[in-house]
Design a protein around this ligand. Structure first.
Ligand code: ZN
Length: 308
């Protein structure tokens, strides 16, 4: 497999208050583990700045203007109780979108089989008109629409294994059967959505997990709900909302997965991507707040993406 990695120093300049879990050190920890010789064949690319017009694929202009207007010249400004912007947040968010869209370009033009984007801010909580849960714009949703508009992808699947429900992605594609959204997540937990009976136009598949579920129940949810939905849908592209906060070390949740579970889940999605999507996978970092749990899980995920 040819695997690309996108990152950019600007992602370190999106600042959050002291003690906030979604912090620049997350990306420093990921960069450190990916320096290992095991990743010598990983093709590292500096993320391009995104095209602002592509934000409108998932959000109305009035919302985009509201976020832009909130960016301070200095210090931090709260968008909601746990989502903040700093002077460089606009550029960081735009470059996160740029990387996600460039990753779509790569898998459709054959430059890569799959791509991992190590960016922040994350995106899956951002609804059409609401920035929340550390997220400003919904990177995965924008990339899905970008694939449809630029490459004519008819069916895009977004698989979200972040431990929190991807309410934003669900909101954006609620009545759009051209995008399948599958999510495993802890429930009850922030943001409170993601029940099994939230099915949209039949294109939303939620697999909520009780606290302390662990590996077996996670894999069972994947086998019983996510994988059959993917086979049924036969996507042209799989986008992963790759949060690693279901790891047992993570401070924000209690699902207790290990690196091996992320390796396994990655392999399962690669199998489906081989079957339906000419291997195309675009994986976008979402959550993951324990630096060791996060970085070791990313290493397992990327190693699997490279190996097949
Ligand atoms: Zn999360």
């Amino acid at each position: 497999m040819t695997t690309r990695l996108y990152s950019h120093p600007i992602y370190l300049e999106h600042l959050t208050p002291p003690g906030h879990p979604e912090r620049p050190d997350r990306l420093r920890a990921i960069a450190r583990v990916l320096e290992d010789d095991a990743f010598a064949d990983l093709v590292r690319v500096e993320a391009p700045e995104g095209d602002e017009a592509t934000i409108l694929f998932a959000h109305p202009e009035s919302f985009v203007d509201r976020i832009r207007a909130a960016i301070p010249e200095e210090g931090l400004v709260g968008i909601d109780a746990d989502t903040t912007v700093s002077p460089k947040s606009w550029q960081a968010a735009l470059t996160a979108i740029g990387a996600a869209n460039a990753a779509v370009d790569d898998v459709f033009t054959g430059k890569a089989d799959n791509v991992f984007v190590a960016a922040r801010p994350p995106g899956h909580h951002a609804e059409k008109t609401t920035a929340m849960g550390f997220c400003l714009f919904n990177n995965a949703a924008i990339a899905a629409r970008y694939a449809q508009r630029k490459y004519g992808a008819e069916r895009v699947a977004i698989v979200d294994w972040d431990v929190h429900h991807g309410n934003g992605t669900q909101d954006i594609f609620w009545d759009d059967p051209s995008v399948l959204f599958c999510s495993t997540h802890q429930m009850p937990l922030y943001p409170g959505t993601g029940a099994k009976d939230e099915t949209g136009a039949g294109n939303i598949v939620n697999a909520p997990l009780s606290p302390e579920s662990g590996s077996d129940l996670f894999r069972e949810a994947f086998r019983a709900r996510v994988l059959p939905a993917l086979d049924n849908f036969a996507p042209d592209l799989i986008i992963i909302s790759a949060g690693f906060d279901a790891h047992h070390r993570d401070p924000l949740a209690q699902i207790n997965l290990t690196e091996e579970d992320f390796d396994w889940a990655t392999g399962q999605l690669m199998d489906r991507a081989a079957r339906h999507a000419n291997n195309r996978i675009v994986s976008l970092l979402e959550g993951g707040y324990d630096l060791q749990g996060l970085s070791f899980s990313v290493a397992a995920h990327v190693k699997r993406l490279m190996k097949g």
